[in-house]
Ligand binder design. Structure first.
Ligand code: ADP
Ligand code: MG
Length: 237
């Protein structure tokens, strides 16, 4: 059995100002190297769960371990560092810095992480080389590399966000509806690229989508409402 990548027990999360929890998850385990898709209706808490796994928010109650480390005992700053080193995160709103160029956006992930720099060094490639390789394989032509990110189309920005998440091979790739702005052809090649990068570096892939047709690309489908007791309560009311 592969090592545990994510281990959740009794994880509850209530947004400030709300009475009921958005999430109340008994158990969730994801093994290293697994490719899972997390599905659920809009508003069911998919993005909330991803941001907890990535240490964006405090663990309010329950246990959450990532790569054997408890996020609960870490400060916000420690979690930010942990995420920079170990997780690539493609946000739903992809969060590129609009005034930086495409290349600068990607390289930022390396500048913020010793671990990513070391992994590139061990692989014998420079950050600039790896940035070019990723952008090329994601179909971002070199003419765009020095343009501000804000000048790219939404679909192109999503692919730049993927390159930024993947550079320096973090152990975990978290992708929050990254294909929503892509047409079917671009979506398939984007998914193929994510999968091959994850296989190449043994990256655990946690992918959120509401697109049911993508399930066959993954090892396992996790239906959020099936593991979220908060959703069950919602139905009974
Ligand atoms: P999904 O990604 O499945 O669409 P979200 O995790 O974004 O769902 O949201 C689930 C619920 O969490 C929302 O209905 C809302 O009540 C709450 N929520 C999400 N983001 C915030 C926020 N920034 N502030 C307050 N409540 C939020
Ligand atoms: Mg969401």
């Amino acid at each position: 059995m592969a090592d545990l990548c994510i281990s959740v027990r009794n994880l509850a999360y209530t947004w400030r100002g709300q009475v009921k929890p958005t999430l109340d998850i008994d158990t969730l385990t994801i093994h290293s190297g697994e490719r899972v898709v997390l599905r659920g209706p809009s508003g069911s808490g998919k993005s909330t769960l991803l941001s907890l796994l990535a240490g964006v928010h405090d663990v309010q109650s329950g246990e959450l371990e990532v790569l054997g480390q408890s996020l609960k005992t870490m400060s916000q700053h420690q979690r930010d560092r942990y995420r920079a080193d170990h997780m690539g995160y493609i946000f739903q709103q992809f969060n590129l810095l609009p005034f930086l160029t495409v290349q600068q956006n990607v390289l930022l992930a390396v500048e913020f992480s010793n671990a990513r720099r070391q992994r590139l060094q061990q692989a014998g490639v420079s950050a600039a080389q790896e940035c070019k390789r990723l952008l090329t394989s994601l179909g971002i032509s070199s003419e765009l590399w020095h343009n501000p990110a804000s000048e790219l189309s939404v679909g192109q920005q999503q692919r730049v966000a993927a390159a930024r998440a993947l550079i320096g091979a973090p152990e975990i790739l978290i992708a929050d509806e990254p294909t929503s702005a892509l047409d079917a052809d671009a979506r398939d090649s984007f998914l193929a690229l994510l999968k091959s990068e994850c296989a190449r570096h043994q990256i655990t892939l946690i992918f959120v989508t509401h697109d049911g047709s993508l399930a066959s690309h993954f090892d396992r489908v996790i239906e959020l409402n099936a593991i979220n007791r908060a959703a069950a309560q919602e139905v009974q009311v």
